[in-house]
Design a protein around this ligand. Structure first.
Ligand code: SF4
Length: 77
């Protein structure tokens, strides 16, 4: 892919289901209040992180392109 991504977890939405952590343990961690956060908010584009975002039951994970800010996930309706 070659792109760089900015990863954000909307903590007002995250329900701590930990699916993203199971799916992409290198990309997400749960904190002590059982909310997810990105291990590194700036990362190379990668399939695992995208799958984790797709798998989040409440769409709390937002991926944008670093630089342009273009939304990678969730797809615009
Ligand atoms: S999958 Fe979504 S709701 Fe579950 S911990 Fe990750 S960000 Fe939070």
């Amino acid at each position: 892919m070659g792109d760089r991504w900015h990863i954000e977890v909307d903590r007002s939405v995250c329900i701590g289901s930990s699916q993203c952590v199971n799916q992409a343990p290198n990309a997400f961690r749960l904190d002590t209040s059982r909310q997810a956060h990105p291990v590194d908010p700036e990362t190379d584009a990668n399939e695992k992180t995208l799958e984790a975002a797709e798998g989040c039951p409440v769409e709390a994970i937002v991926i944008t392109l670093l630089g342009s800010g273009e939304v990678v996930f969730p797809p615009e309706e």
